[in-house]
Structure formats: structure tokens, C-alpha cells
Design a protein around this ligand. Sequence first.
Ligand code: OGA
Ligand code: NI
Length: 360
Amino acid sequence: MSSLHDYWPEPIVRVQSLSESGSSVIPNRYIKPPSERPLVLSLCRDAKVNIPVIDLSGLNGEDENLHATTMNDISKACREWGFFQIVNHGVCPDLMRQMQSIWREFFHLPVELKQEFANSPKTYEGYGSRLGVQKGAVLDWSDYFFLHYRPQSLKNHNKWPAQPYPCRATTEEYGKQLVNLCGNLMKIFSQNLGLEVSHLQNSFGGEDIGACLRINFYPRCPQPDLTLGLSSHSDPGGMTLLLPDDHVSGLQVRKDNDWITVQPAPDAFIVNIGDQIQVLSNAIYKSVEHRVIVNSMQERLSLAFFYNPKSDIPLEPAKELVTPDRPALYQPMTFDEYRLYIRTRGPLGKSQVESLKSPR
Ligand code: OGA
Ligand code: NI
């Protein structure tokens, strides 16, 4: 059966091939309107402002004060930033390094090998170079690989690269450790919101959650001030654990009217709240807009692990967080319905979660 989104609206061009062509100008399709262009110089402007960095080891020890302070730091970061870094999170640093090097190697394989995994907008699984199917859209300066890790029924190792050789096994182990870490964070968020410890997990569908990984590859760009690696968006799912590039910054987070360039801490994950936790928390936690800038000197690789609700159950604000003073801000919607929006229109700031607002 064919639907509107079985195919891309235009032939796919790999951004990596544009970058490698050595041209000193980028095609018009990648040139953003002036209001969206980054101020690349601001990268060095205020390197002291950063998103909070939180050491999770305080949650494992005997020290009750340290435990309480750590919980409080997380609570504050979720309310005020929607974005923070975690260190001592329990994921093996060697595994993190291996994932980065294996996936970097994947993007440097000959193009014919990668093309075997070329994706379509039907599922987005595989090797891709655009988000959204709007014909004539301005595109982002990046390629990616997208794969499903959960639910089990969607996980298919045959759709993951066979090369470089340990890719499947390493990605499998990485997914396992990250699902575990996300489950722990869900408990922490529930407790901090004053909900029963398994509230958020149960609202997500219990054990049957979704999880997927997008490996983003941002090739060098000859005109980085005219384009973006990834346009401003908020993540549609539950939460995201991002493993950024160790050497090349590029992620910017919106704070009021500024864009803060994240300075990654060693061996850290960047955690951000997605739209579905914003909805369940009745907007006590914010899913914050972010974007990626590129540069002319170095390519950049990031691994974004998305932890999502089961796709077919309606989500709405937790009853405990709805009061006469603070009525439910959102109407129930399933994640399947919700993500159609970004998959059709591509990244568009926070317009999607805003559109869910209940008529008041
Ligand atoms: C994403 C994302 C940021 C980055 O994949 O949703 O925001 O640094 N990535 O690549
Ligand atoms: Ni994102």
C-alpha cells in the first residue's frame, strides 16, 4: 500500500558528498533565511556560560545530604534549563568511545556501502540526509543513521550496518546500558515531581517503551554562517541522552533569547527533556529548543538516544499536577500521532508542542 510519505519528494543528496566536492559555496537549498542564521563568532564569546553539569555518584552513596542536593540539582535543571550534563552515570566510558569511533568509521565507508541502508520517510530507519518531506524545503547540513532499539518488535539488526564489524554488537550493548540509565532518570524525575516513583515509566507504557538512536554526522561546511547542521527544534519524545563530539562543539541551547553553546564535560551525557515529559509534567519541566551549528574546519559526530513512550497510548498531564490554579495545558495525544508532525514538516522550533495546548 502506498501513502503520501513512501518516498522523498526530491532526489537525496548526501551532505558529505557536497562537503567532499571541495566547493567553496554551499547550494542555495542549504541557505537559511537571515533570521535563522547562526552568529558563528558567538561561539567564543561567552564560553563560561554552560548548561548545568551534575555528578550522579551522589545518588549511590550513604550521604543523605549529598543525595538530597543531587536530587535538587536535577530538579532545578529540569525546571529551569530542560537541559543538563551528567557525569558518573554508570555507562562504561570505553563503550562510549567505541561507539563514537565505530560510527565515525561507518560514515567514512565508501558511499555504495552506505547506500544499501538508504532510508525512506515511511520509517526513517537507515541512512538519511533530510527530516521532513516538504518539497523545496531548506535543508540542514547533516547526514544521519537512524535505528530502532525498542520495542523489541521494531528492532532488526539486519537494518543496522554490518560494517564496521563490531557495529551491531556494540550498538546493542550501548542501547542496553542507555535504556537502563533512562529508566533510572525516569524514577528520579517522577520523585522530583512529587509523583509515585514509577509514574512516568507507567505513563510511557511500562516495559514496552520505544527507544531509537540517531547518529548525526555534520560534515565540514565551507559557509557555516549561512546554514545550520540541525535547525532549531525540541525533541518530540520523552527524553534524549546525547553523546556529543569530544573535540568539536556545535550544540546550542536556547536560554531566553540567547543561544548557549554547550561545552561538553569529559565522559558526560547531555540529557534533555522531550515534549512528552513536558506534557506529562503539565509544563513544570520544559522541552527546550536547540540547534546545531557547523564549521569549516572539522566534521562533527553526535549520538542522540531517544527514550520514548509506547507509540499508541494517549499521554496527558499527570492528574496530580493538574489543579484549579494550573489546569491541564495539553489534550491527550498518542506519540504516533504526535511525531507525524516533525516527520512531515521537519524541525520547526517548538511549534508542535505549542499546537497541543488545550483551548482555554
Ligand atoms: C538531535 C539533536 C544535537 C547534536 O539529534 O535531536 O538535537 O548535537 N542533536 O547533534
Ligand atoms: Ni534534538
